[in-house]
Design a protein around this ligand. Structure first.
Ligand code: BJW
Ligand code: ZN
Length: 274
């Protein structure tokens, strides 16, 4: 059970901040049924990361790597956003000073946002317009549902099932015929510089960085809360376990994202005393 005083403390910090950055990791999707990477049921208890999530692994055995991504696409494709995704989508849609940066490749933040937009349009009879693109997550590590050509770099949305029975059946580029790869960032690969830049900008200017469901082990994502702290902001953490980021957080809530975030983010700004 999470500590109500700690939630209250964090809620006040969020309520009195103008600029908020939310940084999420695999834990935010755990309650949707998406396996985390490093937990007890983590994906990497059965698959060693260096065998699968590196460019070297893909060059050595693209069939094996595609089999893993095909399996994850199928599994994640059947998952629905949970209460944490919904709370975050509503916050970023309704608050132009809140930004979301995610390490996740599962697309559940995007789905929650689409659904929140539909709900808002339905209840107000109008389109939320530009707030949607502003509320869209900054995706640090790409997407499970996009591919990238290994030769011409062409990127496409792609939700098809993957036939990884043989190397010959793997997905191929519609433009040049070369082998496609998942459009995700593997270990040892650079993050897209523009994406990283906008995430760093949001971290540096945030008054509060709310870190949800990440082990805080993978960089440069794990360095973003340090940027917030370095420029005078504070870090708030929501995680079921302590992490290396716990010691930089002024408030650390032990609990599940889907349980904690709806009450944490239902911030009524009119009732916050600075
Ligand atoms: C709950 C919960 C619930 C559960 N509610 N919570 C600086 C220092 C050291 C190393 C480096 C460094 N800079 C760069 C590096 C190297 C490397 C790195 O970080 N290595 C460390 C692991 C040591 N980084 C890179 O290579 C990055 N590239 C880079 O820096 O380029 C520059 C460069 C290039 C060459 C040389 C040097 C520099 C790229 C990193 C790419 C990471 N890619 C992956 C795979 C993406 C595709 C895919 O999904 O297949 O991204 S790895 C994997 O880890 C995935 C995740 O996004 C990422 C983070 O994982 P996350 O989200 O934290 O998940 P978990 O499972 O670890 O944690 C879940 C948490 O949730 C836990 O804490 C639970 O307790 C909690 N939880 N249920 C709340 N219900
Ligand atoms: Zn191509």
């Amino acid at each position: 059970m999470h500590d109500l005083h700690e939630i209250d403390h964090a809620r006040r910090l969020l309520g009195s901040a103008r600029r908020i950055l939310i940084l999420t990791g695999a834990g935010v999707s755990a309650e949707s049924g998406v396996p985390t990477f490093r937990g007890p049921d983590g994906l990497w208890k059965t698959h060693r990361p260096e065998e699968l999530a590196t460019p070297e692994a893909f060059r050595a055995d693209p069939r094996l790597v595609w089999e893993w991504y095909g399996f994850r696409r199928e599994r994640v494709g059947a998952c629905r956003p949970n209460a944490a995704h919904v709370a975050i989508a509503r916050l970023t849609l309704g608050n132009e000073d809140a930004r979301l940066v995610t390490q996740n490749v599962d697309g559940l933040h995007e789905l929650a946002l689409e659904e929140a937009v539909l709900e808002e349009a339905g209840s107000e009879g109008m389109s939320p317009g530009g707030s949607v693109s502003r509320a869209a997550p900054i995706r640090l590590h790409g997407s499970l549902f996009r591919t990238r050509c290994t030769r011409c770099d062409d990127r496409t949305s792609d939700r098809h099932p993957v036939d990884a029975n043989s190397e010959a059946s793997l997905p191929r580029c519609r433009k040049c015929g070369a082998l496609l790869r998942p459009d995700v960032v593997w270990f040892g690969e650079q993050l897209d510089p523009e994406i990283l830049q906008s995430a760093m900008g949001a971290a540096e200017t945030a008054e509060v960085c709310l870190v949800v469901g990440t082990s805080g082990l993978v960089h440069p994502a794990a360095s973003l809360p340090l940027l917030t702290r370095g420029s005078g902001g504070v870090v708030v953490e929501v995680n079921t376990e302590p992490t290396p980021l716990t010691e930089v957080a002024v408030s650390s809530i032990r609990g599940r994202a889907g349980q904690v975030l709806p009450s944490l983010l239902a911030v009524d700004r009119n009732h916050v005393v600075d």
